[in-house]
Design a protein around this ligand. Structure first.
Ligand SMILES: Cc1cc2nc3c(=O)[nH]c(=O)nc-3n(C[C@H](O)[C@H](O)[C@H](O)COP(=O)(O)OP(=O)(O)OC[C@H]3O[C@@H](n4cnc5c(N)ncnc54)[C@H](O)[C@@H]3O)c2cc1C
Length: 393
């Protein structure tokens, strides 16, 4: 039986990466089943509690130290190591989708501070994020600005040493339970993407409210946020005026490859479940795996996953060498999320009727994978990025 860790011997990795993946795998197997679980029937509050429990456990075990940059602020290294966060996400996703989500949001939500924050902002938030004591969120999307991020309307007006925020953000992961939100808003230094700045807004700030909790097919804390004359200190601006779009893109650049890794984790779990079912399901006097149509399905699943893994860890390795990975990260995200969707669908098919029963592992995976083809750049957007890079040459 595959352990799901064989690829850690590939040349993209150093010894420390294999050790990390094996350690988190053992920890996840022992710890995650003991934590409270989200449940479709129990609704949003159960997902909140399950998410908080995972952040706390991930922090106590030290895994969140990989999600922040800077040893002075609790990070494992001075910069976030892409291969490490990819292996962590892949392994967590293979065990438990919400644990992957909790890890990813600590990184994505604090990523702008790791990359572009000043020392006071780093000291205030990063150690607490790394310990799992502060929950982070990344608030970029708006009702009318998703794929077209530069169309955002949420506005920030500077008045002396304060900033006044007005507008909305939506689809914000950890919305409703986060302790702070990195919010991108229009400050008007220039038209389009050059007139946006990034700010930290703490939960509980007057004028900030969670306007709506959003229920989704795989329960995660998710919300629409509203800012009504919400005043924050100017010292909460991350990076310079008008640099917010650049900060957002740099943050997504770090984490986009890790979305591919999470998809891989879901896909690998689906292959494990599919193999198990094929080998054990009695059928026509034998088992499901005896039939060549089943074998072809399993071969396609494994090949799709290894192809996606090669693209994912190529992008992660290149990024850790300090190279630009715009095209490679887009290829990885597209191939891994689309491929994992196919692999998971095939696993559901192998499980037959049981594959669509609520809370069977493959049914959960079927719901978990879907949003990954949409967020942090839908597949269509990744295609445009790849083509743009190709046409530059
Ligand atoms: C579960 C979940 C969690 C999320 N978490 C966060 C978060 O934490 N923070 C945050 O800021 N945002 C978050 N998002 C928002 C996410 O990034 C957006 O949903 C995504 O960018 C797409 O925007 P949209 O939903 O407005 O879709 P639209 O922009 O309306 O796009 C709809 C569809 O149009 C297609 N499309 C896009 N561009 C093109 C094109 N050029 N040509 C042809 N077709 C195209 C794609 O298929 C796309 O799915 C999350 C979303 C989900 C579903």
């Amino acid at each position: 039986m595959s352990t799901g860790l064989e690829h850690t011997s590939w040349p993209f990795f150093e010894g420390r990466h294999g050790e990390l993946a094996h350690a988190v795998d053992a920890w996840a197997a022992a710890t995650l089943p003991t934590l409270p679980h989200e449940d479709m029937a129990l609704g949003a509050r159960a997902a909140d509690e399950a998410c908080r429990a995972r952040v706390k456990a991930l922090g106590q075990a030290g895994w969140l130290r990989h999600a922040v940059g800077g040893t002075a602020w609790g990070g494992v290294g001075e910069a976030i190591d892409t291969r490490s966060i990819c292996l962590l996400r892949e392994t967590l996703a293979r065990h438990d989708g919400l644990a992957d989500f909790a890890f990813a949001m600590q990184g994505l939500g604090s990523g702008a501070i790791s990359l572009a924050g000043d020392d006071a902002q780093k000291a205030r938030w990063l150690p607490a994020v790394a310990r799992g004591e502060a929950l982070a969120a990344f608030a970029l999307s708006e009702p009318d600005a998703g794929s077209d991020v530069a169309a955002m309307q949420c506005a920030a007006r500077v008045e002396g040493d304060t900033v006044v925020l007005n507008g909305e953000k939506t689809w914000i992961s950890n919305g409703g339970i986060a302790d702070f939100y990195v919010v991108f808003a229009r400050t008007g230094e220039a038209a389009g993407s050059r007139g946006i700045s990034a700010f930290v807004v703490e939960a509980g700030t007057p004028g900030f409210e969670v306007a709506e909790r959003i229920a989704v097919i795989a329960p995660h804390p998710l919300a629409r946020l509203r800012f009504s004359d919400c005043r924050i200190p100017l010292s909460h601006r991350i990076g310079g005026a008008g640099e917010g779009f650049k900060v957002a893109m740099r943050t997504l650049d770090v984490f986009r490859t890790s979305v591919a890794a999470a998809a891989l984790g879901f896909g690998r779990r689906a292959l494990q479940e599919g193999l198990h079912r094929a080998k054990t399901r009695p059928m026509f006097g034998g088992v499901l795996a005896d039939y060549q149509l089943t074998q072809a399905k399993l071969a396609d699943m494994a090949t799709t996953l290894d192809g996606a893994a090669l693209l994912t860890y190529r992008a992660a390795w290149l990024r850790d060498q300090g190279r630009n990975v715009t095209k490679e990260a887009a290829m990885a995200k597209m191939a891994a999320t689309e491929g994992a969707q196919q692999v998971i669908d095939a696993a559901v098919q192998l499980w037959g009727g049981r594959g669509v029963v609520s809370d069977e592992p493959v049914e959960r995976l079927y719901r978990e994978i879907r949003a990954l083809r949409i967020y942090e750049g839908a597949t269509e957007v990744q295609k445009l990025i790849i083509a743009r890079e190709l046409l530059k040459t």
